[in-house]
Design a protein around this ligand. Sequence first.
Ligand code: SRM
Ligand code: SF4
Length: 584
Amino acid sequence: MNATGNHDAPNFSSPSRSEGEAGRGLLSPVETLKRESRGLRGTLRESLEDAITGSLRESDAQLLKFHGSYQQDDRDVREERRLQKLEPAYSFMIRTRLPGGVATPAQWLALDALATRYGNDTLRLTTRQAFQIHGILKHDLKPTIAAINQTLIDTIAACGDVNRNVMVSANPVESRAHAKVQAHAVALSEHLLPHTRAYHEIWLDEQQVVGAEASEPIYGPTYLPRKFKVGFAIPPVNDVDVFSQDLGLIAIIEGGELLGYNLLAGGGMGTTHGDARTYPRLADVLGFIRADQVITAATAVLTTQRDHGNRSDRKLSRLKYTIDRLGLDAFKREVEARLGEPLQPAREVHFDHNGDRFGWVEGFDGRWHHTLRIESGRLRDTGTVRGLSGLRAIAAEHRGDFRLTPNQNLVIANVDAADRARIDALLADHGLDDQLRGATFRRFALACVALPTCTLAMAEAERYLPDILDRIESVLIQHGLRDEPLLFRISGCPNGCSRPYLGEIALVGKAPGRYNLMLGADFEGRRLNRLYRENIDEAAILAELDMLFARFAAERAGGEHFGDFVVRTGIVRAPVAIAVELGA
Ligand code: SRM
Ligand code: SF4
């Protein structure tokens, strides 16, 4: 074993040259790993059976992601354990695949039971409408994944260089077309699943069929160069932040009928501090497709990225960089060639906001939907707020379903009018009836997981959110801005899991207690923010916000949003807006 307690493993930081990738230089080591993994099997079985360590071989930890799980360790005790010459306190996070975030009460109850039995007594709702369970020990991974599958949810391709969880606008309130969009998302998610049976063999004890290793009709032997994300938006709500997706589809609905979608490509948030080659980017509008073209058009975009994406430098391998390298016109021509016909001109659309709408709303069919604010998407029982128990009690009686929102909140959906009072009572019993208290900006706040589980975190996010919200709230109140809707997002590193570059105010972790302060996105998810102050601590953040809120309160024009204000007044340089006016 090496110093971290892992088995001796290939060195994943040094690239190797491989055949068949002419013109792209050295292949990243992950490419070789995928190619040689025998359809994502690797030596995962052997790694799981090794009782000497709580970790997996490094190569298997990489492959595990394609099966929907990450190896992590408790970073709070990492140093202490190192001094004691103990291996890190390893555990695993499991992420579900859950297109559109729709789950039945039975599925909710099963996941809750697993989080309590094998996990850390919390359920985490993610920014991509999935569940995460943290803190699973190696020997419990297989029973947990098997049990998730028994609920008819799986974790295939929830992580890894494949299509990830497909997002859909969460609230089925206004539109009859919502169900059709949701069905498209499910169909696309299924269509883009890897074909390997590795998952079924390793976690569900399916017998391996001889010769079944090789065939991946869509992905090929090395899958995608990097993760690939799809989101379906239903205007006027841009809750999925459609411009941040590798592939965005904006539903075009007329007279209640779904006509098709505007097709977008090339969004992405992740950056690396100090590496100017990396940047957040908004997706470009490619054109309009008919509803019956969803699968072919999405496959055309995905396979263009498969064949043209950068496979040597993983920092530059997302679709956004491929488009910028090829040029948008060339990229679009390639997609059209694969689609077999030209894209039609994009249709005009309008978005109002990219947040959630809270409380009860009646849907078009007379059923009711209650959107519940869940801070950072973390459900746990603490003191008077018993989120896990409360939702368990509701799931035990609920006859509709649940919808996880892209903003880490939860819709208790499809409730009969007669059942509303009972749900309200259960929410109150568990301290969940007061989640919208305080200044308005609190309800829009997003925080990524960060410490202690995220291996990449440079600073706190989720655990810091309650404190920083309290402090920013005091400053807002001093300036009479208590009721100001304002998008605040925080992430523990520049990877951007809370989509911070679309926050009107965002903190991006640099080091413990230090953040980059970003300003100037809009309220609809159509404009990126800009760096305003680099690497500052809490005192400096609050001092800056104090000064900015004072100016905003005094100088704002009409009902102007804060993000628009800082751009109009030149406090930050005008960020890159959505360049193409949709439909123009
Ligand atoms: Fe993320 C990696 C958590 C949404 C960009 N993300 C991670 C990992 C797995 C860290 C790791 O690689 O070891 C984090 C696990 C933390 C933990 O302990 O749970 C992690 N990402 C999350 C979640 C749970 C954040 C949350 O608070 O909800 C979200 C899970 C989504 C899901 O259900 O699938 C999550 N991640 C996002 C988003 C937002 C989105 O997709 O809408 C982004 C920005 C959009 C994008 O991809 O451009 C995002 N995560 C990243 C990146 C940067 C990718 C890049 O292009 O550079 C990484 C690091 C990487 O891939 O190397 C990353
Ligand atoms: Fe971890 Fe960084 Fe993502 Fe936060 S933004 S969850 S710190 S990878």
